[in-house]
Design a protein around this ligand. Structure first.
Ligand SMILES: [Fe+2]
Length: 203
């Protein structure tokens, strides 16, 4: 890496097109403007923190404190979008050990999907299926912002972006139609592989 290259790099979109009505226009804006924006802001914040005055740190207001608060927003904005793009581009057919784990922990795959969809309808930002090391089980967790609702130590398995920017161009306010399209595009093979590398399932 060049000496002055940014620490965090924008990863390319791992698929060409999605089906089910999620348009290329949405994907291009979502990836090239919004996701890339979080990567760039994370770099900017980390660079600013290097010279920020730590002696002025204060719980009400300080430049250092504001940078630290926005650091978690930008970092999670980057990470959650990389997971989101990484688990799409598939045929939507559930397969692999992760699907067996889902069925075991939620009673059945359909019971998990019902809960996940309810979470996706209630969330203002994200729903994340995560393996929680604190109890050794899978959970659907909800976040109203990139840096809210995450459970420390829980490993994301898959997620769904339910911010309006993810669907409004293609589906207007019909979030249910977007979620239907999302499920048609899930890449379960990629999820199973990712779960092995993150330790959510044993290799
Ligand atoms: Fe997004």
């Amino acid at each position: 890496m060049a000496e002055n290259a940014p620490v965090h790099q924008v990863k390319p979109l791992p698929f060409a097109l999605l089906g089910g009505g999620i348009s290329d226009k949405t994907n291009q804006i979502h990836h090239n403007k919004l996701y890339a924006g979080y990567v760039n802001k994370r770099n900017e914040i980390e660079a600013a923190l290097k010279t920020s005055d730590k002696t002025k740190a204060n719980a009400t207001y300080s430049a250092f404190g504001e940078l630290k608060r926005q650091e978690s927003f930008a970092a999670n904005g980057m990470i959650l979008h990389e997971i989101f793009f990484g688990i799409l581009g598939g045929d939507g057919k559930p397969s692999g050990r992760i699907v067996d784990m889902i069925a075991k922990d939620f009673g059945s795959f359909d019971a998990w999907k019902e809960d996940f969809l309810a979470c996706a309808m209630t969330a203002r930002g994200w729903v994340v299926l995560a393996y929680d090391h604190s109890d050794g089980r899978l959970h659907n967790y909800v976040g109203d912002a990139h840096n809210q609702g995450g459970i420390w130590g829980a490993v994301p398995v898959l997620n769904c972006d339910v911010y309006e920017h993810a669907y409004f161009i293609d589906f207007g306010s019909d979030r249910k139609a977007y979620l239907e399209a999302y499920f048609k595009n899930i890449d379960w093979k990629a999820i199973d592989e990712m779960a092995k590398t993150t330790g959510a399932v044993k290799k």
